[in-house]
Every structure is written in C-alpha cells, then in structure tokens.
Design a protein around this ligand. Structure first.
Ligand code: TYM
Length: 332
C-alpha cells in the first residue's frame, strides 16, 4: 500500500478547525487504504519561541487529538519528532544541498520574517522547510496530505529528493502532496481574507478543536459575514459566507449546493445557527474524547514510544543509505 506521512505542530493547546478539516480528517480517512505514519513535529514548533513549561503538555495534547479525531493507535503508528533523532540528521544533509536563494523564496519564511523582523527571526525558521523535507523523505513517503499553505514546502521536498537521487544515486522516493479542494484552506471567522492560523492576532476568529460547545457556538454566530443577504458560494464577493459554507460542507459531508438549497431565502443568521449545531455535534465528541485520553498520560506515552520505535526502524536505514550515498566514512 502507498505510504502516507503527515503531522501538525504542537504550538498551541489545541489544533484548530483548519488543521482538522484541511488535514487531520483526511489522515483519518486515508488509514483504510494506505500505510499511514503520523507525527508531532515538535522540532518545528521551536522555530518560534515555545515556553518550556508548555511544550511537553502540548505535544501530548496534540497526540490525544489525533486519537480522538480517529487515528487508530492499534494500526497507525504516531510519534514525536524529537524522539527520532534521524529527523535532525537528515535535515542537515538536505540543508547542504539546498540553495540559499531557494530557501529564501519560501513564502512562509518570507512572510513570518517580514512580520517579526530579521533580528527576531531564528535561523531555525529559515531551515524549517529542509527539516520538513527530511521528515517526509525519511519514510520513503508516497503521499503527504496537507493544507494549501504547505504546497510550496512539498515542491521543495520533491526537488530535494530528485536532486539528491540525481547527484548521489537513488535514495529517496519522490513524494506527492495530497491537497484537497476548498477545505485545504479554511479562513479566519473574523477576517475571511486570512487563513485560520494558530498565530492570528485575535482568538475570536479561530475555532479550536478543544473549545467548549458554548464558546464554539458563540464564535460561529459572531462570524463576519458579507454585504447583501443572499446565501451563496462566491469566494470573491462573499468570502465570509463562502467560508461558512465550506466548513458546513466539510463537517457534514454534504455538498455546498445542497446546503445553499436548504438555506435559500433564509438569512445569514439561520446559516450560522445551523452551522453552530453541526460544529457542536462533530467537534463536541472529539473534545470530550481528547480530555479523557489526557487523563491517562502514561498510556499516551506508551503509544508514542511504540510509534517512535517503529519510526526508527524505517528512518535509521534511510539515513544510513543517505550517508553512504554521500560518501561519508562509515564509523567502525
Ligand atoms: P501546521 O501545524 O501549521 O498545520 C497542520 C496541517 O493543517 C493544515 N492547515 C490548514 N488547512 C486548511 N485551512 C487552514 N486554515 C489551515 N491551517 C493549517 C496545514 O496545511 C497542515 O497540513 N509544516 C507543517 C508541519 C510539518 C509537516 C511535516 C507536515 C512538519 N513536517 C511533514 C507534513 C509532512 C505545519 O506547520 O503544519
């Protein structure tokens, strides 16, 4: 079966709705027909400052949300990036075959560096895409299910795999991004021209998977909508309503047309009430299950240890092969 690999950063206490419908839900669906491995990229999280008081707990919470969302720990290994040192090892090799200009063209780096200023930007943020390429290539991955914002990083990953193979001999599978249509980019509820993001200025536009039902409903009901009154899908002129329709569709599995037909002649408020109910129905159980799982951190740590051991079985030979192809003297 094709190998699938992906992960979400533990940089907040909760994943958000964009992470869920743009990525995690697809990871769950892909388990049926693929050999999936998922991980928690904690080394990526420290490319911006993380409070040592929270990092471990957020890492566990992210793992708990994977399980609660439907990742099956009995069949799908999942692990913590820092538990598998091969990620850092391969990242260095790939960094050394990446061009400086190539790395600087990464829009996520450019945007963040511009926002923070060069003095406040870590070199880790610059090196981030090469670490991500290492994550993927270590597992000889065929498909990487991610949201739209990771497309450029996947392109770089493919380029680095092809470059390494051409220069040093066949070493890596060249992976493909799996990016699903509209749900691959969910927008901020208060600012529907910006993607929903953990680092948004205000909390009110972000739906956290762990928001309690009241807060969840309130955020949806106070979402920014657009001029006019008609409920229809029109990204350009009705970004707020279109975002709500995309979320509605993704949480119910119903088509946008079907939902538009249901709300024909009704007001924005009706759509929001309907979506709030749907969101509470779908996300409520995930939240509760996450909290239950968090009650037994020892069991969670046990699953993560099993995952890391399985991951190393694949990652260690890949790194050994990369070293060998690059011509390093083997240690005796
Ligand atoms: P991260 O942690 O920012 O996000 C996790 C996943 O959620 C997707 N996503 C979204 N999808 C739709 N709408 C949104 N508003 C939205 N926001 C985020 C992301 O595209 C991602 O798929 N660099 C990665 C983590 C990573 C990784 C990897 C992923 C590190 N190494 C190797 C895959 C393979 C990241 O920061 O995702």
């Amino acid at each position: 079966a094709p190998r699938v690999f992906s992960g979400a950063q533990p940089s907040a206490d909760s994943l958000h709705l964009g992470n869920y419908v743009g990525a995690v839900r697809n990871w769950v669906d892909m388990q049926a027909e693929n050999e999936c491995i998922y991980f928690i990229p904690d080394l990526h999280a420290i490319t911006v400052p993380q409070d040592p008081e929270h990092l471990a707990e957020r890492t566990r919470k992210t793992a708990a949300q994977y399980i609660a969302a439907g990742i099956d720990p009995t069949t799908t290994p999942f692990f913590v990036q820092s538990h598998v040192p091969e990620h850092s090892q391969l990242a260095w090799l790939l960094t050394c075959i990446t061009g400086d200009g190539e790395a600087r063209r990464m829009t996520q780096f450019k945007d963040k560096a511009a926002k923070q200023g060069s003095e406040n930007t870590s070199a880790g943020l610059y090196a981030y895409p090469m670490l991500m390429a290492a994550d993927i290539l270590l597992y000889q991955t065929d498909q990487v299910p991610v949201g739209e914002d990771q497309r450029q990083h996947l392109e770089l990953t493919r380029n680095l795999a092809q470059r390494f193979n051409a220069r040093f001999g066949e070493t890596f599978v060249v992976p493909e991004a799996k990016i699903l249509g509209d749900t691959a980019k969910i927008y901020d509820l208060q600012n529907p021209s910006a993607k929903m993001s953990k680092s948004a200025a205000s909390e009110s536009g972000i739906i956290w998977l762990l928001d309690d039902p009241k807060k969840l409903a309130k955020k949806i009901k106070s979402a920014v909508t657009d001029d006019g009154t008609e409920i229809r899908f029109d990204r350009e002129n009705k970004p707020g309503v279109s975002n709500l329709l995309t979320i509605y569709s993704s949480l119910t599995g119903r088509s946008v047309e079907d939902i538009v037909a249901e709300y024909e002649g009704k007001m924005y408020g009706h759509l929001k009430v309907g979506l709030a109910d749907v969101a509470v129905d779908v996300l409520g159980p995930i939240r509760e299950r996450t909290l239950e799982i968090m009650d037994d951190p020892a069991e969670l740590d046990r699953l993560l240890a099993i995952g890391a051991a399985k991951a190393r079985e694949i990652a260690a030979p890949t790194v050994a092969s990369a070293y060998e192809h690059m011509g390093f003297l083997a240690p005796r």
